[in-house]
Design a protein around this ligand. Structure first.
Ligand code: UDP
Length: 238
């Protein structure tokens, strides 16, 4: 097998990617499958940090739309990411992968606080670090957390896991049958065309720091390994 092309990556897992066929929460089968894909690249020596979302449990925008104060709703969303980080940690440790969860909101009994240098040390020691609670700030998303943490820890790329789609398309493939997969695009063009890669704040941060993004379909469990082996999968944003 080819040498991994990355030494350190950041994997962004949306809440939905842990949901499987359920319509809420996490699916144990799905968690096992995700953990297996992560273990495969971990075994090849790639250092892996993960940012988890919470769309499978709660999104601040929904609370705000229902009349709740946006900041309060966003804090709920951030706490919900902790509820995804813990079962993911459990699934990885069940497969023998050592992990640490670091949270941007203090939940000291269940996770370490986010400390950048400590996170990097964990990675060097071969532990998978799961970043929970987004950036710790309302009005942001876990995509922004992924961009921010990736830049902070000097990850070489972000692997953006999607479900049901292969990457970035010219239009939403679930709505437009003419939508075409874009194999490669620059950050700037994706921003200008308003393509759904990640939100604009996150994408801007990646652009300014020249951080490449691999957007791929997580439903194919081999995809992470393919990307790490240097194969072209889904969409490369660089
Ligand atoms: N959130 C936040 N600040 C952050 C990250 C997340 O306020 O830095 C909140 C926000 O309400 C968001 C929710 O947490 O809707 C869940 O995150 P996200 O929607 O990004 O999850 P995903 O779409 O990746 O599942």
């Amino acid at each position: 097998m080819a040498e991994p092309v990355f030494k350190r990556i950041l994997l962004k897992l949306s809440g939905e990617s842990l949901m499987g066929s359920r319509d809420y929460g996490t699916d144990p089968e799905r968690l096992r499958a995700v953990a297996t894909s992560i273990k495969a690249i971990h075994d090849r020596g790639v250092e892996i940090a993960i940012v988890v979302g919470a769309g499978n449990i709660y999104r601040g925008m929904k609370g705000a739309a229902a009349g709740m104060d946006r900041a309060t709703a966003d804090y709920m969303g951030m706490l919900a990411t902790v509820l995804n980080a813990l079962p993911l940690q459990d699934a990885l440790e069940t497969q023998g992968v050592h992990t640490r969860v670091q949270s941007a909101i203090k939940v000291e009994e269940v996770a370490e606080p986010y400390i950048r240098r400590r996170a990097m040390r964990h990675l060097e020691k071969g532990r998978v670090v799961i970043f929970a609670a987004g950036t710790g700030n309302p009005f942001f998303t876990t995509d922004t957390a992924a961009a921010l943490r990736a830049v902070e820890i000097h990850a070489e790329a972000i692997l953006m896991a999607k479900n049901g789609v292969e990457g970035v398309y010219t239009a939403d493939p679930r709505e437009d049958p003419e939508a075409m997969l874009i194999p490669e695009i620059t950050h700037m063009e994706a921003l200008q065309r308003g393509l759904r890669v990640m939100d604009a704040t996150a994408l801007t941060l990646c652009m300014e720091n020249r951080l490449p993004l691999h957007v791929f379909n997580m439903d194919d469990e081999q995809n992470i390994e393919r990307i790490v082996s240097g194969e072209r999968v889904g969409t490369l944003v660089k």
